[in-house]
Design a protein around this ligand. Structure first.
Ligand code: PLP
Length: 369
């Protein structure tokens, strides 16, 4: 890790020191209150639970520390994404999205935002720069793409899209601020489903939006207040607790993924393999320039649907589940959702188990196919 990332990780655990008075609890309290004591002039005070909550403020302070940017929290990753669309787009605006990224934003635009006159196009992540950005008000990127793990050049997209006045939004869910820093590379907004690695314990849905542009983040904050698209204090507290170990978890997850991907490359059951950290991967050269770690997701293809299902369901250290980024390793055959991937394609999410025990269980399951 760079010195600045080390410093950020180290001070994260001590952020609460600033608010402590003698005798205060060290851990952040969960504040369950819809109203606040508010006599007289309300200006400058917490006013109402849809506007402010001390537990959101604590998790937003931690996320803002990690992103080095103003941050607004949301009750899910999709709430974060839809809020960016609805706060910043108007009728007649066009959005460009990855064709191979998380599918729900495309469905949302197709089914609902099109009614409001917001238009969209899609483009494969691997060739995202081709075709230029003229006519787009917003460009959403997801790199590496989920589940195909293609990458696009964040700095080059930001530069080219800015020439046409577009707002550049990066969905950084797969990488977290410890794996990739899109705002440092020129994106205007970074957002994430904290449901995944940031919370990390598969027990809450959450999301956030961050930006160093005060007008953009102010518009998103105002949208949340007016739309009521707010997280619960208990969920905020769980995410705050998860964040405390993010650096440690993500470090183990990425290190294990690197080791396991290298070994999978030599296994005869594997027909195709994608991992940005592999020297032979099509995304490796670009990944080296813009990713701080290569991530915890591996895309592997087995010969058939049956073999993929057998692998997922017999490996004792893999949970058969959708989603990713949890402390437990998990896997899923993405074709079951209709993703444009081979029937035998498995998205493997590497968790925090000891690396050698995890590899042994994966290797045994592969050998018995
Ligand atoms: C899961 C996910 C989302 C949506 O998050 P939810 O918390 O399920 O709403 C958005 N983007 C990416 C890349 C995701 O993986």
């Amino acid at each position: 890790m760079s010195d600045s990332q080390n410093a950020r990780a180290a001070s994260l655990s001590h952020l609460h020191s600033a608010r402590l008075a003698k005798g205060d609890p060290l851990s952040t309290p969960i504040v369950m209150s819809s109203v606040f004591h508010l006599p007289g002039d309300p200006a400058g005070f917490r006013q109402y639970g849809r506007f402010d909550n001390p537990t959101w403020e604590a998790v937003e302070a931690a996320l803002a520390h990690l992103e080095d940017a103003g941050t607004v929290s949301f009750p899910s990753g999709m709430a974060a994404i839809s809020s960016v669309f609805l706060a910043l787009l108007s009728a007649g605006d066009r959005v460009l999205l990855p064709a191979d990224g998380y599918y729900t934003p495309r469905v949302l635009l197709e089914k609902h935002l099109s009614r409001l006159g917001i238009l969209y196009d899609t483009r494969p992540t691997a060739s995202f720069l081709e075709g230029g950005f003229e006519g787009y008000r917003m460009v959403l990127i997801e790199t590496p793409s989920n589940p195909g793990l293609d990458v696009c050049d964040i700095a080059a997209v930001a530069k080219a899209a800015h020439e046409h006045g577009a707002i550049v939004v990066a969905d950084n869910t797969t990488m977290t601020p410890f794996g990739q820093r899109p705002l440092d590379l020129g994106a205007d907004i970074v957002l994430a489903a904290d449901t995944k690695a940031i919370n990390g314990h598969s027990d809450v849905l959450f999301g956030h939006v961050a930006s160093r542009d005060s007008a953009l983040i102010g518009a998103v904050r105002d949208w949340r207040k007016l739309s009521g698209n707010i997280p619960g204090p208990f969920e905020a507290w769980l995410v705050l607790r998860g964040i405390e170990t993010l650096e440690l978890r993500f470090d183990r997850m990425c290190s294990s993924a690197e080791t396991i991907a290298t070994r999978l490359a030599d296994h005869s059951a594997i027909k195709a393999l994608r991992y940005p950290g592999l020297a032979g991967d099509p995304s490796h050269a670009l990944s080296r320039t813009q990713m701080l770690r290569f991530g915890s997701l591996i895309g592997l293809t087995l010969e058939t649907e049956e073999k993929a299902e057998a692998f997922i369901n017999t490996c004792p250290l893999l949970e058969a589940t959708t989603s990713f980024g949890g402390v437990h390793s998990s896997a899923e055959r993405r074709a079951r959702w209709g993703d444009d991937v081979a029937e035998g394609f498995v998205r493997l999410s590497i968790g925090c188990e000891p690396t050698e025990a995890l590899w042994a269980s994966i290797e045994t399951a592969l050998n018995s196919l």
